[in-house]
Design a protein around this ligand. Structure first.
Ligand code: PLP
Length: 394
């Protein structure tokens, strides 16, 4: 037996372990100090009441033979795919029901989708980035190129025709930088992909945080995207499903290469390796799209938006440059006084007992930057902001 040698090439992810170690060590030495965490990338508000009701109802269905469900369709129940179809239609995007695939979350699909692509494809990933894109490709032995996301381009790299990519990852609004592409910029990526015969893997996990109409919530709002893009969505950040697990992926039927149809291949892949998302969870997810569900999830999203604004306003007052905070739960700031990411981490921890995430952990271009998140409670966010402001104006 020989194990997958590619695992030797995957970088160990020290980021969150190192954050926990340093925070733990400080807490041990300073047991009287209250540490405030603005580093979390997980939601904190509970599920919306409409979702809870639907989950309860679905549990009841499972208790009676007339409504009991066993294996469901690989691509998800029609009731949920119809709701998703309606959600897109409201934004002017027409999708076939057979172009929507329900999954247990965007992370799984982002990794699993690689099954349908050739191993010798050239992969283009922005730097800094959500680590899943790089690691999943390296596990499969693929070569990864990076597109530099920097202060100069507002952390939104644009296509470079000298680079011949086959698979392009875009995450907008972005984790970790909070930066979001507008429609004209996305059109440039779509044109590039169509010209090269490349595919864009579009991670829209944070689409629901967009409030600015010039930004696309879906890449399919851009002309030409159906022949070059696959979109990954999730209920995790939208509706607090990080622990409940549900997402969906849109693979258009017109995404074709060498006579092979990506939509058919993805269905075949799912049918082979996946037996679907629990009926109960899909019922909960469908409730998100009801009028009441939308009202309730937007109440939660507004709560996070207010936190993001508290942090962003503080950065404005301090004259610290940042991206995000507006159409994103993340504030990606330039470490003040020329500090490096980990240097600023220690400075904030010791000086204000506030924990964030060092940008250097997301890629080389993240050095000198720092991520704060809006997913904490309002109380914690307010206190953290006050402490940061005090520390940096001393
Ligand atoms: C949170 C997140 C996801 C969602 O993953 P799930 O598996 O659906 O919970 C996807 N992409 C990015 C960039 C994220 O930050």
């Amino acid at each position: 037996m020989k194990l997958n040698q590619n695992f030797k090439n995957i970088k160990e992810s020290y980021l969150f372990a190192e954050v926990a170690d340093r925070t733990g060590a400080y807490a041990k030495l300073n047991p009287d100090k209250k540490i405030l965490k603005l580093g979390i990338g997980d939601v904190t508000l509970p599920l919306a009441p409409a979702v809870i009701e639907a989950l309860h109802g679905a549990v009841e269905d499972m208790s009676k033979s007339e409504t009991f469900r066993g294996y469901g369709p690989y691509e998800g129940y029609e009731f949920l795919r119809e709701s998703i179809q309606g959600y897109y239609r409201a934004r002017g995007v027409e999708l076939g029901l057979d172009e929507i695939f329900v999954s247990d979350g965007a992370k799984s699909d982002l990794g699993n989708i690689l099954d349908i692509f050739s191993k010798d494809n050239v992969i283009l990933v922005p730097d800094p980035v959500y680590p899943v894109y790089v690691d999943t490709n390296e596990m499969a032995g693929r070569k990864v190129l990076f597109a530099n996301a920097t202060e100069e381009n507002g952390f939104l790299p644009m296509p470079d025709y000298k680079v011949k990519a086959d698979v392009i990852y875009i995450c907008s609004p972005n984790n970790p930088t909070g930066a979001a592409y507008n429609k004209a910029q996305l059109k440039e990526w779509v044109d590039y992909a169509n010209k090269l015969g490349a595919v864009i893997l579009y991670d829209a996990a944070y689409e629901c945080f967009i409030s600015d109409d010039s930004l696309a919530r879906s890449i399919f709002e851009v002309d030409g995207a159906k022949s070059c893009a696959i979109e990954f969505c999730s209920f995790s950040k939208t509706a607090g499903f990080t622990g409940t697990r549900c997402g969906y992926t849109v693979v258009s039927k017109t995404l074709i290469s060498d006579g092979m149809n990506a939509n058919k291949m993805w269905l075949r892949r799912q049918a082979t390796k996946f037996n679907g998302v629990p009926y109960i969870v899909q019922k909960g997810a469908a409730a998100v799209f009801t009028e009441r569900g939308q009202r309730e999830i937007h109440k939660n999203l507004d709560y996070y938006r207010r936190n993001a604004k508290l942090i962003a306003d503080c950065m404005d007052r301090l004259g610290i440059k940042y991206t995000g905070g507006k159409n994103s739960p993340y504030i990606w700031l330039k470490c003040p006084r020329g500090m490096k990411s980990w240097e600023f981490f220690d400075y904030l921890l010791k000086g204000a007992q506030v924990v964030g995430t060092p940008g250097a952990g997301f890629g080389e271009n993240g050095e000198g930057f720092f991520r704060l998140t809006a997913f904490g409670s309002e109380e914690v966010t307010k206190e953290a902001v006050a402490r940061i402001e005090k520390l940096l104006t001393e």
